[in-house]
Design a protein around this ligand. Structure first.
Ligand SMILES: [Zn+2]
Length: 142
């Protein structure tokens, strides 16, 4: 009944990167793929067709801003965008930079068996700060 995203139990609050207009970006707990970010819609909705046209286009703008930031900060060769919602039916995009040394460049991340990589607090904060710095730069640019 309670949606984990709406109740605030996921994503982890101390993984927050930035609060945008319609969404909040968080660093994913598993950083096996460095920079893996989740972009969570602030209001509850489960499907894109539940959004207004304006919300959908704003959502794409916010995804784009985050994806561009990930590309610069992590030197990504490609970005994956995944909207699944099977486990948590509340619109949230997984935005995953894929790097040059990616262990499985042709596969979606879900199929890549790995031990989740949880960063120590300092390392996580450092990663978040790099993104915030770039996002602020982007938005203050003319
Ligand atoms: Zn929800």
């Amino acid at each position: 009944m309670t949606c984990k995203a709406c109740s605030g139990s996921w994503p982890l609050k101390d993984h927050k990167i930035v609060d945008l207009n319609l969404t909040v970006a968080y660093l994913h707990e598993d950083q096996f793929f460095p920079g893996w970010t989740v972009l969570v819609l602030k209001r509850h909705a489960t499907e894109l067709f539940h959004l207004t046209r304006e919300e959908r286009s704003q959502l794409v703008e916010e995804m784009t801003e985050v994806a561009q930031t990930l590309t610069v900060v992590f030197d990504a060769v490609k970005v994956n965008y995944e909207l699944l919602g099977n486990q948590l039916p509340h619109i949230h995009w997984h935005i995953i930079p894929r790097l040059a040394d990616d262990p499985a460049p042709l596969q979606p991340v879900w199929t890549v068996q790995h031990q989740p990589s949880r960063l120590a607090k300092e390392k996580r904060e450092e990663r978040v700060a790099l993104m915030v710095k770039h996002l602020n730069g982007e938005r203050s640019a003319p």
